[in-house]
Design a protein around this ligand. Sequence first.
Ligand SMILES: NC(=O)c1ccc[n+]([C@@H]2O[C@H](COP(=O)([O-])OP(=O)(O)OC[C@H]3O[C@@H](n4cnc5c(N)ncnc54)[C@H](O)[C@@H]3O)[C@@H](O)[C@H]2O)c1
Length: 784
Amino acid sequence: MPIIQVKTKNHPYEILIQEGSFKDAGELISAKVSPCRVLIISDSNVAPLYAEDLKKSLKAFGFTPSIWHFDAGEQSKTINTLTRIYEACYESGLTRKDCIVALGGGVVGDVAGFAAATYQRGIPYIQIPTTLLAQVDSSVGGKTAIDLPFGKNMAGAFNQPAFVLIDPELLNTLNPKIISDGMAEVIKYGCIRDSALFEILETSAGIIPSAQVIARCVQIKADIVSADEFDFGERMLLNFGHTFGHAIEKASGYSLYTHGEAVSIGMSAAVKVGMAFGVTSPEILPRLTYLLQAWKLPVLTSLSTEAVLTALKADKKQLGDHLNFILLKDLGAAHIHPVPISDLRRAALDSLDQLVLGVPKKSFLPDNLIIHPGKIQGSVRIPASKSLAHRAFICAALTGKTHWELLVSGVYAPFSDDIKATLRCLHQITEAWAEKKKGHFVPELILDCSQSGTTLRLLIPIVAALGLEACFTGQGRLPKRPIHAYQEAFTANGVIMDFPENGDSLPLRIRGRLTAGKFELPGNISSQYISGLLLALPLLESDSTITLTSGLESESYVNMTLSVMSYFGVPVTRNTLNSGYHRYFVHPHSFTETSRPYAVEGDASQAAFWHLASYLGQEITIENPALSQLQGDASMQAVLNQFSSNHAEIDMKDIPDLFPALALAAAASGKDKRIYFKNVNRLRIKESDRIESTLAMLAGFGVENVRVLDNEIIINGVSSLKCGDISSFSDHRIAMTAAIAALKAEGDTIIRDSSCVAKSYPDFFSELKRLGAEIETLTEGGNT
Ligand SMILES: NC(=O)c1ccc[n+]([C@@H]2O[C@H](COP(=O)([O-])OP(=O)(O)OC[C@H]3O[C@@H](n4cnc5c(N)ncnc54)[C@H](O)[C@@H]3O)[C@@H](O)[C@H]2O)c1
């Protein structure tokens, strides 16, 4: 019979773990406590299942038992329940020689244990835990508590039980979700102390833990508690995953996640923090992820980093200027790692917003910087295509599968801000969609698209097609960027769109459910409208068509959408009409899970900056496999090749994002060059007015001979680039172009508001430094 000793100084006690031991409870308890009055405290679920049997068993061994129970659930862990327990103790005639038995999960154990600690200044109590969490965790260690209106476990006592009786067979009546919840703690033990246990769990994923596994967990907790009964040192190791876990529970108002789910996200986050601080090996993350997900536990949160950070900082009040994270040196080897409050944002960013498959790195992201001219050299791996990643995550989310993020691969952390915005919104949308399918009421969603126009334009029709009510918000220039093109088409098809009265696009409220039908859109507005509709229309109940009323610009983006949809099993057909414009036919269709995740290829728009660097004489090799022609911007090198002619003519219709880099390349091509850029008017409605911002950047480098005509720009080359003080206009593409150009300038160049590269390429400056660029942070008092 496995018996584990808890060797606390004043109250050592034993824990017995054996299948079927509950039926002998009376006998086993009589070996620890002399016959006396016993109050069995339980809850409304457990009492009907087990209390009468326990009462009979106790009676048979000379005890005088009575039963009292309260409504099951955390909401009962209150001072009110405590008072009622005192009353029940009194009514049962309990004295200090008598005993309480806590029969139930962690709630029963905590509240009954606290009652035992305080009734008549303390009477003995025994734990018979009936949930997995209670068996491996809460029944061991003597922490008892109730919740107060201002916080969880706010009043309590250390009160070791006289005996703990664990019968794993009691778990057979538990709901699987509650088992999963407890598994988060079981997995935690493997992580912090026992890699062999972790391996056992890996090979038995999905199987309810045996008595041996439970005993191993209890032994770990007993050892830690014996060494640190009052939680001043080693016991903190048990908090692995709980630092973020508690913050996540708090930030979601204790409603979105169960404790186990929050701990699961917290453990995954803690591993990523460990990786970011160079403590934890990256191999642990996929193993932990697999195990957590095998138990249907989440590894990502839909909460914003800001919300979790605020909740984390609330803990700071209690701890001064550090927060203790429990990080893993290895599987089975945890240690306490104080993180300065000033690094918390980094820790949160590094861990919460990233897909589990990504390897987090610290990005160098100063606001303002100085770049010295010089040579860079080496190879780069370009981050995944943002455009493809947006589309792939949307299609994956529309499969309705849990953990749909894992249907997409190749998107390495740190994520760009735009992808974070899409992921955050998709989590909200998929959760709401699932609730709606169950017939539950779903309140209006607040979907913050941050500064991402793609997120906004692609998600509006999807929200409309799912019939969800939502308020879209955004930051930076996004509220000013146009989205009205949907209005006419949607109003005629059942959706009400309320725009603000000041002429802005956001906040935009939408209500109603989109109906199938004939949609007409001009092709010379953003192709994202067409992509958004294409993604949404398969969700409707009958066939739809999208007819373009003018020639399609940026067609490659629409083709990208069709290609990703096809990977997720949704076909769309296309005709070219007599007018020469396209018509798309979309039928109702489910997005289906694929046998292999969609692998997002490198981002051609980001590769463009390295092509520019090579064009300017730097020695850069791009490591990624050759890009498909799905991305229009994959033509950067081919366009640069055209600059060998003195009077090249470049059509920007399909490659608007390449303009800053191409304009700079044109300017740096030499005095005898004159390059024409056609179809440039749409550049004015990008993250910045990209004609204005690009020309200002060129002027900063001493390139003044530029002519702006109607829908056309002519750039005359110069022999060398001057150094200057460049504003990025908060436009990532301007900042990155300027940084590459600065390496060829005649002196040091200042780039302001350079952290905007986080929008698409958070690692850009880290990469530039790695390749040998000399970059300094510009601070108000001087450089660092
Ligand atoms: N004291 C500690 O060291 C410690 C540690 C961790 C958690 N906790 C506390 O534990 C509580 C959570 O414990 P929990 O997850 O066990 O929740 P719980 O006690 O609410 O039990 C979960 C649900 O399972 C039901 N249930 C319990 N056993 C059952 C069985 N055998 N068959 C069918 N249904 C059963 C319960 O009625 C309840 O509805 C929280 O209040 C938390 O603060 C305490």
